[in-house]
Design a protein around this ligand. Structure first.
Ligand code: ADP
Ligand code: ASP
Ligand code: MG
Length: 407
């Protein structure tokens, strides 16, 4: 039996916590081959980013990835040592050593393939293999660069390894008991879900529920890896992320509320409305490898349009540098940048076949006096862009309006 476990940053924040995790891992390794993926200790990744920013405004992507990947190397080596100390044979590997090959995109590389030979060899030698999460290596052996998979990417390392090794289970251990109807730090009466479908989890993660990395959920869905999310410090059942089943239909059609404060809104104001305008505007961030979301275009009577979109705060500098020349080229009046925004979303596959959710959502926000700046939807999600300082109030109001405390 092969088990892949992942422990997040807060679960390995101190050497004491690493020793405690080593005990759990060693117990599991008595009757299974175990691969453990770890995040960097505590806030290490944020601290490394601050150090880089202290030296330059926009650090080079390649150097940044090399720097950030060190966080997970520290925690993985320490966990291997702690395991060895308690008599459990263990060996740590970087992402590259574990055979994780990615595309050559710095900062948010996607995994292309996994060569599991070394991993299997170490497992067959009787080792617990501790893999540094969140990183891989580009393919060309002598010119290989270290890449990272995007913030929160250790979850993706774990699910990808579980798929490659055809593991029997993939367990993501974190600092909460599982996936809740909303972030339990914001909604104290949020309820832990026993199960959630890949589709719903993907929408939740994509809209800010950082308990799971979206790419990890996507890989789980593609390779049919069932994922358990549970608490690293307790022995209580967590949440199972799996294929939608008919039983899920009878539950509350709204499964959860997600929110994301890591958002910046760009508005290109009064740009002449002509064919190719949107293509030019959106070509810029795409070329800089920046994802855009919540796109809105308003055309006014004078033949001009305002085009707005959001990007992740972390991509703000890159997006601005890419879009500035286009604003000039298109003779738009100005570029507005608003960082006082946030997204709040309702998610649930039951929304597909039931009307009336938008009405309840907008009504609940209106009752709180919260202004909706723009709206986007998918088949199973409605997202509203609102002012950032209203986001907690919005999440709580929506949780109540959809009676999620009764799930
Ligand atoms: P880790 O370091 O273990 O990867 P993260 O901080 O990335 O942990 O993710 C866990 C956090 O996700 C929780 O502490 C919680 O505040 C937040 N979170 C946001 N939305 C949810 C949700 N719907 N259910 C559970 N946790 C959530
Ligand atoms: N350490 C990385 C981060 O903070 C990756 C992870 O924790 O999953 O984003
Ligand atoms: Mg995480």
């Amino acid at each position: 039996m092969i088990v892949v476990q992942k422990y997040g940053g807060s679960s390995v924040a101190t050497t004491e916590k690493i020793a405690a995790i080593a005990k759990r891992v060693a117990a599991r390794a008595k009757d299974a081959q175990v691969v453990v993926v770890v995040s960097a200790m505590g806030d290490t990744t944020d601290e490394l980013i601050s150090m880089a920013k202290a030296l330059c405004d926009m650090p080079d992507d390649r150097e940044m990835d090399k720097l950030l990947a060190t966080g997970e190397q520290v925690s993985s080596a320490l966990l291997a040592m702690a395991l060895q100390e308690m008599g459990a044979p263990a060996c740590s590997l970087t992402g590259g050593q574990a055979g994780i090959i990615t595309e050559h995109v710095q900062a948010k590389a996607r995994i292309l393939k996994i060569d599991g030979k070394r991993l299997k060899d170490e497992l067959n030698k009787g080792n617990v293999v501790v893999v540094a999460g969140f990183q891989g290596i580009t393919e060309n052996a002598s010119w290989a660069d270290i890449t990272t998979l995007g913030r929160g990417g250790s979850d993706t390392t774990a699910v990808a390894l579980a798929a490659a090794l055809k593991a029997d289970c993939c367990e993501i251990y974190t600092d909460v008991d599982g996936v809740f109807t909303a972030d339990p730090r914001i909604v104290p009466n949020a309820v832990k879900l026993d199960t959630i479908s890949y589709e719903e989890m993907l929408e939740m993660a994509g809209q800010g529920a950082r308990v799971m990395h979206s790419r990890a959920v996507e890989l789980g869905q593609i390779y049919n890896v069932e994922i358990v999310v549970a608490n690293s410090a307790k022995d209580v059942p967590g949440t199972l992320i799996k294929k939608e089943d008919p039983e899920m239909e009878v539950r509350n059609p709204v499964r959860g509320i997600a929110h994301d404060t890591d958002v910046t809104r760009f508005t290109v104001v009064a740009v002449p409305d002509q064919p190719g305008m949107a293509a030019k505007i959106f070509h810029a961030p795409a070329g800089a490898n920046v994802n855009v979301d919540v796109i809105v275009q308003n055309v006014s009577a004078d033949g001009c349009a305002d085009v707005s979109f959001t990007v992740a705060d972390a991509d703000f500098e890159k997006a601005k540098r890419a879009i500035d020349p286009v604003v000039t080229e298109l003779r738009a009046r100005e570029l507005l940048i608003d960082q006082n925004v946030a997204k709040v979303s309702i998610v649930g596959s039951g929304m597909r076949s039931n009307p009336g959710y938008a009405d309840t959502m907008f009504g609940a926000l209106a009752a709180e006096g919260i202004n909706i700046l723009s709206i986007t939807t998918s088949e199973i999600r409605i997202t509203c862009l609102i002012e950032r300082d209203k986001v907690k109030q919005a999440v709580r109001a929506l949780h109540k309006a959809f009676e999620l405390e009764k799930v």
